[in-house]
Ligand binder design. Sequence first.
Ligand SMILES: Cc1cc2nc3c(=O)[nH]c(=O)nc-3n(C[C@H](O)[C@H](O)[C@H](O)COP(=O)(O)OP(=O)(O)OC[C@H]3O[C@@H](n4cnc5c(N)ncnc54)[C@H](O)[C@@H]3O)c2cc1C
Length: 334
Amino acid sequence: MRDLVIIGGGAAGQAAAMYALGKDLDFLLICDHLGGRIERPAAVEKDYLVGSILVHYDGPDPEDEERALIGSSAVHLFEDLLRSHQEFMLEDRVKAVRREGDTFLVETQRSGPITTASVIVATGVTPRRDLRLNGSAGLLADLGHSTTQHAAALVGKRVVVVGDTLQALYSVAEFAATALQVYLVLPTEAAADRAEVRLLQQRPNIAILPGYQVIDVAAEGGTRVLVVRRGDEVSRLVADVAFADLGYEPASAVVRDLGVVGPGGFVQVDRDGATRVPGLFAAGDVTRPEGEQVLTAIGDGARAARCAHFYLLTRTMRGSGQSVGMSWGAEQDG
Ligand SMILES: Cc1cc2nc3c(=O)[nH]c(=O)nc-3n(C[C@H](O)[C@H](O)[C@H](O)COP(=O)(O)OP(=O)(O)OC[C@H]3O[C@@H](n4cnc5c(N)ncnc54)[C@H](O)[C@@H]3O)c2cc1C
C-alpha cells in the first residue's frame, strides 16, 4: 500500500509531490498530462506570468524577460526533478476514488486499482464555454487569471467582459484602471444587485449591461464586434478585445461519491486542504470557484501534502484501523 496518491500533474499536484519527496513518502503522482493547464498549447506563451511577480511587464524588453518568472518555468523546475523519479510517477487517468475502511482504492483506467492510505485530489478545472452564439466563440478570449498581464496591454483600449463571476468583476475593476472604456455584459439581471457591480457602476469608463445575452461575435479589422440582446433590444458593442469568463467546470468526478463535493462541483476543503473524509485532501483550482493562479496552486499543493503527512504520522502513531482527524493534538484533546 502507498502512503499517498496525488491525482493531477499541474502546479498543485507537482508541488504536493515535491513536498512528499522531501518527506520521503512512498507516494505516486497519477496524471494523464504532466504539467497540467500551463502546458496546454493555448496557455504556452512567453509572457504567461506567475502570479503578480511581473506586474510591470510591458513588452519584449530583454531585461524585463530576465526578471520574469514564467509560469511554465516555475513548474518545470518541479517537473524536471519528478521526471528523474519515475518510480513515483504514473501516466494514467483516474476513474474513481473509493474509501475502503481506513484506506482508499484509486481506480485507474489502465493500471488497475491502487491502494493508498491518503489521497490528494489536484485535478484542476476547465473554463466553461456555454455561450450560444453565432460567430466563433474563439473570438472571445478566456479571461483566465492573467488579468494583471492583460490590463497592462490595454492602455487606452476598449474592452468587453462577458460574465458575472467574481473573476470577471474584479477583472473589470483592473481593466478600468488602464482601458479607455470597459463594457461588462452580465448574463442575468440579478447580478446587477451585487455589491461589486454597484461599485463598478460608479466608474465613468465602465458601462454595465445587465441581463444581456451575446448572440453574435465577429472580427472586423483589428476589432471585435459583439451583438448583445435583452428582450427585443439589440445593441452592438465594438471593442479592441473581448473576454468571456463564465466560471469553471471542476474535474471532481473522481471523488463525487465521497460526499466532499460542494456547490458548483468544487471539492470542499478546510484551510489546510483537508476534506471531511479523513485522509482525503484536495488542492489547487479544483477547490476554488473564484479562480486562482500558478503560485497559489503551488501553495495549496504543498499545504495539502503537509497536512497529508501529519495525517500519516498520526495514523502510524495510533495504528491503522482507526479513523483519525488531521490534527494529532486536537484529536488527543478531544
Ligand atoms: C485561460 C487561463 C489563463 C491563465 N493565466 C494564468 C497566468 O497568467 N498566471 C497564473 O499564475 N495562472 C494563470 N492561470 C491559472 C493557472 O493556470 C491555474 O491556477 C493552475 O494551473 C492550477 O493548477 P492545478 O494544479 O490546480 O490544475 P491544472 O494545472 O489544471 O492541473 C490539473 C491536472 O490534473 C490532471 N487530471 C485531471 N483529471 C484527471 C484524472 N481523472 N486522472 C488523472 N489526471 C487528471 C490533468 O491532466 C492535469 O495534470 C490561467 C488559467 C486559465 C484557465
